[in-house]
Write a protein that binds this ligand. Structure first.
Ligand code: NDP
Length: 324
């Protein structure tokens, strides 16, 4: 086989801009590995790449997360063999039958974790790992606010918070999503469109929250600012409803000398040794039964347009995967 199927975007825009093309099978160069993909993770960031919110050179492949079998090794890669099971959380072009990545971008998948689980969890759980252990290190005992608690990142956050002894108060758009978040360990979950949401959140944490993890952005920014405790930390890590227009330093002052941070997984991935250490923490949680991977939507590669429409239309819960 010297060609493969891969999703391509030639012009940024709506989901229909994606199409599956027959493209040359990439060859690994020195220090690189070709992975025959068995499952590709779907993330909201893929829709930002497709729409142009996060600009990429065009035409482009899509998809950052996946898992599969080592298919070919480039010169100098001597610690993997063909057939090894590997996964990754930052490799553009994962919506495909195969991908070539530097050896350093891959982690070996242990026997107790399936390819599909690895493809559905790595990027999302590494995000929760840095949010909870680096951006605002949680010690246990805190009560925190976490928006979109029933999503891919969200259901992992609910479980990890529970495991750390942290009370996670979630928000989600439907009662069914709220119930799912609570079943995954959230202390409680409130409806996003509740007109009394601010008041109800203040009742959950009377002095205010020490930290708010906000991936929704534009539509939750003001609410999040208003429920933080003095000296609290606003963690803005996504734009599901669109980016926040502007952060005004004076508002952070008036809301109680707040800290504001806009972290990315890429920054943490660039820290020497961090990616492997994070993968070890995640696989360990799965193998010890503290973290279950909820693959609640599966799509064929040819159904990628529906997959994005469902994610952007808020019709998904937990993780979604494409099966090439
Ligand atoms: P999700 O599965 O969480 O899907 C996004 C969710 O956002 C929806 O299900 C929906 O939940 C909620 N949402 C709120 N408002 C809107 C809106 N207007 N349109 C669409 N969705 C909305 O996605 P992921 O798990 O892939 O990612 C979660 C968030 O984390 C994203 O914002 C993503 O960009 C961010 N992220 C950031 C990273 C970083 O390092 N900075 C890394 C990984 C993810 P509901 O219906 O309950 O409101």
């Amino acid at each position: 086989m010297d060609t493969m199927k891969a999703v391509r975007v030639e012009v940024c825009g709506a989901a229909e801009q994606m199409s599956v093309k027959e493209v040359p099978l990439p060859k690994p160069g020195a220090g690189e590995v070709r992975v025959k993909l068995t499952a590709c993770g779907i993330n909201l960031i893929d829709t930002y790449h497709r729409s142009g919110l996060y600009p990429l050179a065009l035409p482009t492949g899509l998809g950052c997360e996946g898992a599969g079998l080592v298919g070919a090794l480039g010169e100098g890669v001597d610690d993997l063999t063909e057939g090894d099971r590997v996964g990754f959380a930052m490799g553009l072009g994962a919506y495909a039958e195969a991908i070539v990545l530097p050896r350093g971008a891959l982690v070996k998948i242990p026997a107790g974790v399936s390819d599909e689980e690895a493809a559905a969890v790595l990027l999302k759980a590494m995000t929760v790992d840095y949010l909870f252990n680096d951006t605002f290190p949680l010690q246990g005992g805190e009560t925190v606010l976490f928006h979109a608690a029933a999503g891919g990142v969200g259901l992992i956050a609910c479980q990890w918070a529970k495991h750390k002894g942290v009370k996670l108060i979630g928000t989600a758009s439907t009662q069914a999503k709220c119930e799912l978040a609570v079943r995954h360990g959230a202390e409680s979950c409130l409806l996003t469109d509740d007109p009394d949401l601010s008041e109800k959140l203040r009742a959950q944490s009377p002095g205010g929250f020490p930290v708010v993890y906000d991936s929704v952005g534009r539509s939750t920014y003001r609410l999040s600012l208003g429920v933080l405790a003095p000296l609290g930390t606003f963690v803005s890590y996504g734009n599901a409803s669109g980016p926040i227009d502007a952060v005004v330093p004076g508002e952070l002052a008036l809301s109680g000398s707040l800290y504001f941070t806009r972290p990315t997984l890429a920054t943490h991935m660039a820290r020497p040794g961090w990616m492997q250490a994070s993968a070890d923490r995640i696989f360990n949680l799965i193998e010890r039964g503290h973290l279950s991977v909820d693959v609640n939507q599966r799509y064929a590669l040819s159904d990628v347009v529906s997959a994005h429409q469902d994610l952007e239309g808020r019709r998904t819960t937990g993780s979604s995967v494409l099966i090439p």
